[in-house]
Design a protein around this ligand. Structure first.
Ligand code: IPD
Ligand code: CA
Ligand code: CA
Length: 262
């Protein structure tokens, strides 16, 4: 399938860094038995992946800015374009050898996300989206699920880690949702949660306190698959607030109705 030069640049970078992460995953499986586990190894793998992405993306598009989870902001001469990159989303999964993690690359142009690539090297699933051109999983066009009744829906969420976020609020959310949905899931990689909504595997997803690199690529993925993404208040502010609610129009609306008053 033919994609734009821009998408080709993003895919090439994601695949190269992905090859590295896949090799590292093999090593991690061996390290599980050691008492300390593979934590240091993973932190190096993460940094190596970001460095590779930085090199490939800035070589192909010199001057674009770069915001990465590991290295922070690196300004470019071109103030209109910024890569927003998570070199390894789903670190805890990766650390435990669970093959649900991804490289996430978004491109922000004049404040708007115009392209996204999410790649899970463990199963070779590659998601791409470009503004106005649709979303794809390995060249198959994506469309969000069509279910309208919440009690038939499988919904994913995030759970705040130890020492982070509001655990009490999170428990209230769980209780409300458990009473209303067919199934609740927590997969552990925000970029893939969004990609799964785009692919119609999940009917919806919400999570609070995310970072731009967790969601930049996923936001455009869901939107280009015909879904709606908002903040918890229902407004178009997910990237700014870090709070995300999404699904088809009906389900996103239903989720906001439940979450907003909590
Ligand atoms: C995390 C994952 C996880 C989400 C966390 C994120 P990381 O990213 O996306 O699903 O619940 O809030 O920080 O740390 O694995 O890149
Ligand atoms: Ca992340
Ligand atoms: Ca990360």
């Amino acid at each position: 399938m033919l994609h734009s030069a821009l998408i080709n640049v993003m895919v090439k970078a994601a695949r190269r860094a992905g090859r590295g992460l896949k090799r590292d995953l093999g090593e991690i499986e061996n390290l599980q038995v050691s008492l300390k586990g593979p934590a240091n190894f993973v932190s190096l793998a993460d940094k190596r992946a970001e460095q590779m992405l930085y090199e490939d993306l800035t070589k192909a598009r010199p001057g674009y800015g770069f915001l990465g989870e590991e290295g922070g902001t690196r300004e470019g001469a071109d103030k209109s374009n910024t890569w927003i990159v998570d070199p390894l989303d789903g670190t805890t999964n990766f650390l435990h050898g669970i093959p649900q993690f991804a490289i996430s690359i978004g491109l922000q142009r004049e404040g708007v996300i115009v392209a996204g690539v999410i790649y899970n090297p463990a199963n070779d699933e590659l998601y791409i989206a470009e503004r106005g051109k649709g979303a794809f999983l390995n060249d198959t066009r994506l469309r969000v699920a069509g279910r309208k009744r919440l009690n038939e829906c499988v919904i994913a969420c995030g759970l705040p880690h130890i020492g982070r976020g509001d655990h009490e609020l999170s428990r209230r959310e769980m209780t409300e949702m458990q009473n209303r949905v067919a199934g609740l899931r927590r997969f552990g990689a925000a970029s893939l949660d969004l990609a799964f909504v785009a692919a119609g595997r999940l009917d919806g997803y919400w999570e609070r306190n995310l970072q731009p690199w967790d969601i930049a690529a996923g936001l455009i993925m869901v939107r280009e698959a015909g879904g709606i993404v908002s903040g918890i208040d229902g407004h178009d502010n997910a990237l700014e607030t870090g709070h995300v609610v999404c699904g088809n129009e009906t389900i996103q609306h239903e989720l906001v109705k439940i979450l907003k008053p909590l």
